[in-house]
Design a protein around this ligand. Structure first.
Ligand SMILES: Cc1cc2nc3c(=O)[nH]c(=O)nc-3n(C[C@H](O)[C@H](O)[C@H](O)COP(=O)(O)O)c2cc1C
Length: 374
């Protein structure tokens, strides 16, 4: 019997049942007490939208102009490492959902698909997310591969100087690259469907930075190695090097945002990494209006962290984002129901946006601003 999914939490629950706990806790978990992860959601829920009446809302536009082109919807799929652990072929499914709905999908440096493979599948909808490990040269090799493959959008993530302690991962013995350990035997035994499909398709490995024996894949760095040696000079170097759109991900400070804008970066991506880095960090949504004010009305801003429905997306756009991303919801959807789940999630978010826009009398997503907030 196909399950019925009416909100993101339905996917989350189903994913929790289908995935081994070690994988679910990798996806769902966060840093420390998980306070900032919970806060992200709570603060977004507290934002209120103001219903308006007597507006002809028969036509409502969700397409959005952003960073040089029009996207089918104002949201995309955030970069996440090792997505295929959620369920086999998750990357492929994300790429086809991105092409189908004309939205961006970001391949992580720790993605389970190669830059080239994802580039082919997602074509103009694929963005590449860069982490810089101990070797800048190796990072520049990844940049070169992204350029050769035809990516036009490069996203440098800067909020992981070190990988934070995530107690749920630690408790379950989660390791990257992922290995099935004897201590997880019971966990796997009670999730036979995941184990069967994962073994049949091969346990996913990072496809770009860890040697898999394929030519061209070098051991550049592992997950827990330090990424915090890059500085503003590196940013200048990367800006000079990358001809396409450059986006900086993981910004919460207004001073940083202004400096990044002044360094010639095309967009700032406001995020607290879904609460996975500094547990004492503010809810990302709380910083969005200040950052908008600091960088000016026209400077491109992306937002993620804690969005779980269409109303949340509308709130983030009203609070100053031009575009938003969602992370975990896409992994829950894939873990819950594979391709059907991911396509259902996009439709759900889209319909939720259309419903909310009708209630607040907004006919074009590009018109959302502070006036729709209480
Ligand atoms: C399992 C998982 C892996 C992630 N891996 C990366 C990554 O490799 N690079 C990156 O920039 N962000 C990574 N993120 C952070 C997401 O891009 C995004 O900022 C976050 O998930 C947004 O919060 P949300 O999950 O509440 O939507 C990861 C998030 C999750 C849940």
């Amino acid at each position: 019997m196909p399950r019925k999914y009416y909100r993101v939490d339905d996917f989350r629950l189903a994913a929790q049942q289908r995935m081994p706990r070690v994988i679910f806790d990798y996806v769902d978990g966060a840093a420390g007490f998980e306070t900032s992860s919970h806060l992200n959601r709570e603060v977004i829920e507290q934002v209120r939208l103001l219903p308006r009446v007597l507006v002809d809302i028969r036509q409502r536009e969700l397409a959005k102009n952003f960073l040089g082109r029009t996207w089918g919807l104002p949201f995309g799929i955030a970069p996440m490492g090792m997505c295929n652990l959620a369920w086999p072929h998750t990357d492929k499914v994300f790429a086809s959902a991105a092409v189908d709905h004309d939205i961006p999908v970001c391949l992580s440096t720790f993605g389970s698909s190669s830059i080239e493979d994802m580039g082919k599948r997602a074509s103009g909808n694929g963005w590449f997310q860069l982490y810089v490990g101990p070797s800048v040269d190796d990072a520049m090799d990844l940049v070169q591969r992204a350029e050769d493959t035809g990516y036009e959008y490069l996203l440098l993530t800067v909020d992981v100087p070190v990988v934070s302690a995530r107690p749920r991962e630690q408790r379950q013995g989660f390791e990257a690259p992922f290995r099935m350990r004897p201590r997880q035997f019971v966990d796997f035994a009670v999730h036979p469907q995941w184990v069967f499909h994962t073994l049949v398709n091969g346990v996913p490995k990072p496809a770009n930075v860890v040697s898999t024996g394929n030519k061209g894949n070098k051991l550049t760095f592992t997950r827990n190695e330090i990424r915090g040696h890059i500085d503003w000079q590196f940013l200048d170097q990367l800006r000079e090097r990358w001809p396409g759109k450059l986006i900086l991900k993981g910004v919460l400070s207004t001073d940083d945002a202004v400096r990044i804008r002044d360094a010639g970066v095309d967009a700032v991506y406001v995020s607290n990494h879904g609460g996975r880095q500094l547990d004492a960090a503010p809810a990302a949504i709380d910083m969005l209006p200040e950052i908008r004010q600091a960088v000016g009305a026209d400077y491109p801003l992306i937002f993620d962290s804690g969005l779980r429905n269409g109303e949340g997306i509308i709130k983030a756009l009203a609070l100053g984002a031009d575009f938003v991303m969602l992370g975990r919801p896409f992994l829950y959807a894939s873990g819950a129901d594979g391709q059907r789940g991911v396509f259902r999630l996009v439709d759900m978010l889209k319909n939720e946006m259309l419903l909310a826009m009708a209630q607040i009398g907004c006919t074009d997503v590009s018109h959302l601003d502070q006036n729709v907030l209480v």
